[in-house]
Write a protein that binds this ligand. Structure first.
Ligand code: HEC
Length: 498
């Protein structure tokens, strides 16, 4: 009896030592807390693992097992069970048990993927062994997604692009002489006639999805880092102290507050859409969080007042546009609809469902009566935007022609000379007659999906930007090519045909 007990004790302590060795001594192989002496940090080492592998099911919306871990306080509160952590004792902690077991009850659940790599479990275990503390200076209730976002530092723009820039956004400057192109953690200013790169502006966002110039000449940009963050930021691209990068002036839109003027929105995922009201007093946005937000910026961008946060689309919002009178908004969504919103009534008053496919962009004509939308279904659809009694937009006309999905609309709201341009995965940009729905010009030459399209404020130029970095600029009058260039500084592109 005595003998077996002491044998058991020896065994136990051996196993204990082995576990301690596994958990504490064996250096993590890669990534989190690797080679870092001293304590494991919750925010720098543990939270990124939870965000990557657990937040998908344990955020404030899903709360699987009634367990929400997007703040330290909620994480320690536990779900239907108690605190998943026993400070100072990793082995006794529910979370370690769930991470290491095989079969049912494992986290992440076996049907959701592989178990967490051992070196990451070790990091969590070490943190628990060390007391499971939150780093000083962080409020236990604060949102961990946000805390992680704040700590993330964007990289500098590439001196030389290793691969072509994906061009998601384009906009002409107010004088129609230059074009601003969204690159990788930057926006680039090119001379529209020469195709010469004049200036680069570093941005926090990895991608710029929608850019527009405000009435005072400031540039508003909606973008983000897919799956990580999204924002709406206002820039003065004519300020700052340029340094040279590859012979081109680069200004700092990340830290220099004379360039980066204000942030209207900072959220968990990409913001795709941005619009300014005709009087310049309101800005609207839309993105992956499905919300359509409207701000009053008449008191200054840094005092922007959020007026509306509409939540009625069932999926990502890809675009927002104001009606010409500024009283309504039209939005396009991955939920396969376009919607018209009445800002005074604070609700959506009309839905256009006919695309039956992801709707990527929408606009309202200068007279306010007709909605125009485009989608993955290859059609430009024109519909009644005013028949509020039925609350369903009746289609007037569907215009085919694009051979693949259509990504964006550029619409110039001039009652005398309305211009409508579309860009598509079929590699073309098309100009349309808004009244007849007929294609006026088919602008070719892009060799990849054309993600972005823009019309110059004077109506004379139209530009397309594609997935392989190429920008092509044509005259709207006769479709003649003005310039083609690859907006990926330092990258050696394939020959761009002119
Ligand atoms: C695919 C969805 C999914 C993912 C990913 C996931 N979980 Fe879970 N989790 C669940 C579900 C479902 C439950 C409830 C299980 C039950 O009640 O039997 C749960 C329950 C839990 C519980 C128990 C909560 C309680 O108090 O009852 C813990 C702890 C937990 N998960 C931790 C994690 C950790 C840590 C990760 C990341 C490594 C993770 N989970 C990833 C779906 C998920």
């Amino acid at each position: 009896m005595l003998r077996s007990r002491s044998l058991c004790c020896i065994l136990c302590s051996l196993i204990g030592l082995f576990l301690a060795w596994l958990l504490l001594v064996r250096a993590p192989q890669a990534g989190y807390a690797q080679g870092k002496p001293g304590p494991v940090s919750f925010i720098n080492d543990v939270a990124p693992i939870l965000k990557e592998t657990c937040f998908a099911c344990h955020d404030a919306k899903k709360r699987k097992g009634k367990f929400e871990m997007t703040s330290y306080a909620n994480f320690r509160k536990g779900g239907s069970k108690d605190d998943p952590v026993t400070p100072g004792n990793a082995r006794a902690s529910l979370i370690i048990d769930m991470l290491t077991k095989s079969g049912p009850g494992r986290m992440p659940p076996p049907e959701a993927g592989n178990s967490l790599p051992k070196e990451k479990i070790d990091v969590i275990a070490r943190w628990i062994q060390e007391g499971a503390k939150l780093d000083p200076g962080i409020d236990p209730k604060s949102d961990l997604m946000r805390e992680l976002r704040i700590r993330w530092k964007p990289p500098e723009p590439y001196a030389a692009y290793p691969q072509p820039a994906n061009i998601n956004g384009l906009v002409f400057t107010p004088d129609s002489k230059k074009i601003v192109v969204g690159g990788h953690h930057e926006v680039m200013v090119y001379d529209a006639e020469q195709g010469k790169l004049e200036k680069r502006v570093a941005t926090r966002s990895e991608r710029a999805y929608t850019m527009l110039f405000l009435p005072d000449g400031k540039l508003a940009v909606a973008g983000g880092r897919p799956g990580q963050e999204g924002n709406v930021r206002i820039y003065n691209i004519n300020a700052g102290n340029p340094k040279m990068l590859g012979g081109i002036p680069l200004i700092d839109g990340v830290n220099d507050r004379t360039v980066f003027l204000a942030e209207l929105l900072d959220t968990d995922d990409t913001v795709f859409a941005l619009a300014v009201s005709p009087d310049g007093k309101k800005l609207a946005s839309g993105g992956i969080d499905r919300l359509v937000r409207v701000w009053d910026v008449s008191g200054g961008y840094d005092k922007a007042k959020l007026e509306h946060a509409f939540e009625n689309h069932a999926d990502w919002v890809f675009s927002v546009a104001f009606s010409p009178d500024g009283k309504r908004l039209v939005t396009a969504s991955r939920d396969k609809t376009a919607k018209v919103w009445d800002l005074a009534a604070k609700e959506s008053v009309l839905t256009f469902p006919d695309h039956q496919n992801s709707v990527y962009d929408a606009a309202i004509t200068a007279d306010g009566k007709t909605g125009i939308s485009i989608a993955d279904d290859k059609n430009v659809r024109f519909w009644q935007a005013t028949d509020q009694a039925k609350q369903v937009g009746k289609q007037i006309r569907a215009a085919g022609g694009h051979a693949k999905g259509i990504f964006k609309i550029a619409y110039r709201n001039d009652p005398k000379n309305p211009l409508l341009a579309t860009c598509s995965a079929d590699g073309t940009v098309r100009l349309w007659n808004v009244n007849t729905g007929l294609a006026l010009k088919i602008l070719t030459g892009h060799t990849d999906w054309v993600y972005a399209v823009a019309i110059s404020p004077d109506g004379k130029l139209v530009a397309g930007g594609s997935r392989n970095g190429e920008v092509r600029i044509w005259k709207t009058a006769d479709g003649a090519l003005v310039k083609a260039f690859n907006a990926s500084p330092g990258y050696v592109p394939q020959v761009v045909k002119k």
